[in-house]
Structures are given as structure tokens and as C-alpha cells.
Design a protein around this ligand. Sequence first.
Ligand SMILES: NC(=O)c1ccc[n+]([C@@H]2O[C@H](COP(=O)([O-])OP(=O)(O)OC[C@H]3O[C@@H](n4cnc5c(N)ncnc54)[C@H](OP(=O)(O)O)[C@@H]3O)[C@@H](O)[C@H]2O)c1
Length: 240
Amino acid sequence: MKKTVAVIGSSGAIGNSISENLVNNDLIDVVYKFSRTNVNKDTERIKNITIDIEKEDSIKSAVEKLPKDTKFDLIFVATGILHNDDDIFPEKSIKDINAERLKKVLLVNTIGPTLVGKYFIPFLKKDIRSTFAFLSARVGSITDNNLGGWYSYRSSKTALNQIIKNFSIEIKRSNPNAIFVGLQPGTVKSFLSKPFEKNVKADKLFTPDYSAKKLLKVIDNLKSKDSGKIFAWDGEEILP
Ligand SMILES: NC(=O)c1ccc[n+]([C@@H]2O[C@H](COP(=O)([O-])OP(=O)(O)OC[C@H]3O[C@@H](n4cnc5c(N)ncnc54)[C@H](OP(=O)(O)O)[C@@H]3O)[C@@H](O)[C@H]2O)c1
């Protein structure tokens, strides 16, 4: 049977490449693209739905737009924030910590994806394997934290990893075929990584398409025992 998939944050660099790779896959029937800026026309195989993951009502009304019998093989959450044109930037030291910055980064990187989980989990297929993947980050790993800094972004991804683990534990009872994972896409050329790309060697700065292809391969190879874990683009498990 052909597959149905959803990408939340399809306007981003990685989200867009994931969507394109899924659209170009003959095994996939329909790709639902969810984003804040919904400018594209629907086709037979691509459906666009507006979502703002900072607002619970918006997530709720986005899923209400899905046809009643929709069941997904894959739900891929590609939203996230590291900096913006206002006051959000990764903190270099304690003196940069600010309540509004922390609230915004946790809202987009942790609370939003958690609410996406709440409303989208009922749409996962149950009779065969289904996957709920969230873009996380290596810096969310406490084990891997040797540099410090980036207080809000790091902790927002650490908390997201905990939420993914919790989803995996609770849903195992009602849907043992569902796999929940966090994914580290590598350092990928995008708006998010732009201010930091000069610190990255050219061969370590991936195109969004390269990262998307690697991440989809990781997803294809997942087993039930992998649910609740975090994996990098090359399949390496990242410790919490
Ligand atoms: N790029 C990297 O090197 C890298 C490394 C590690 C982890 N990651 C993770 O990968 C994910 C995607 O990053 P990217 O590089 O593709 O960044 P990006 O191009 O800046 O994409 C970010 C996406 O998040 C969406 N978004 C932000 N706030 C939203 C909201 N309130 N409602 C709905 N959508 C919202 C953006 O939508 P709009 O278009 O509407 O703004 C955009 O689609 C993030 O979670 C990031 O932490 C990236």
C-alpha cells in the first residue's frame, strides 16, 4: 500500500528538502506539508495546510483540516529556532540569559513539537510500522556538552529529547508499531545555521538535500527497539 506522510515546518531548509524527497518517492502517495507561510497550490499528491506551532489552537485546527480517515506512515517535525531578526541569539555566557529569549526558544523548540505530538499521534498508522521523527540537535545531549553556552537552544533540545522518550513509553502500549525518534541533521546550510557556517569546514556543511536523504535512510532502517532514542544523520546513536 502506498504511504501517506506529513512534514511540519515544510518551509524550512531541511523541511523543504525532506518534503521534496518524499514527493519524488514513488512509494509515497500524498505528502501533507504544514507551515506558517502557506503559499503553494495543492496538487493531487501535495496538500498544504497552515500551522503555527506556537499556538495550540492553530495545531488543533490544522489536524481538523485532514480528511477523516487520514493515517500517516511518517510524521516529520522540521521546525525550530536558534536566532531571529529580533532579540533571539544563542547565549555566549550567563549574562546573556534573558527570560523572554528562554521563553521564545522553549516555545518553538520544545512546547510546539510537544503539542504537535499531542494532536498528531492519533493519526499514526497502527496496523504497520509508523514513525514520528523530530529534528533535535547534538547540543541537546548532556553527555556531549563539553563547550557550554547556548543555554536556551541546548536546553530546549534536551527537553525535546525527554518528551520524545516519554511519547515512546506511553504510546508503546496503544500502538506498538509506532517509533518515536529525535534526529540530528548534521550542520546544514540554512537560515538557522547561517551565522555559524564560517566556523564549519566546507565538507562538513551539508546541503539540505544531502541531509534529508541521509535522515530518510536512517528512518527507513529504524527498528522498534530504537523508539525514544536520538540518531545522527549517519545513523550514530547520540546519548542523552
Ligand atoms: N541547520 C542546522 O545545521 C541544524 C543543526 C542541528 C539541528 N537543526 C535543527 O533542524 C531543524 C530545522 O532547521 P533548519 O536548518 O531547516 O532551519 P530553518 O531553515 O530556519 O527552518 C526552520 C523552520 O521552522 C519553522 N518555524 C519556526 N517557528 C515556527 C512556528 N511558530 N510555527 C511553524 N513553523 C515554525 C520555520 O517556518 P517559517 O518559514 O514560517 O519561519 C521553518 O520552516 C531545527 O529544529 C534545528 O534546530 C538544524
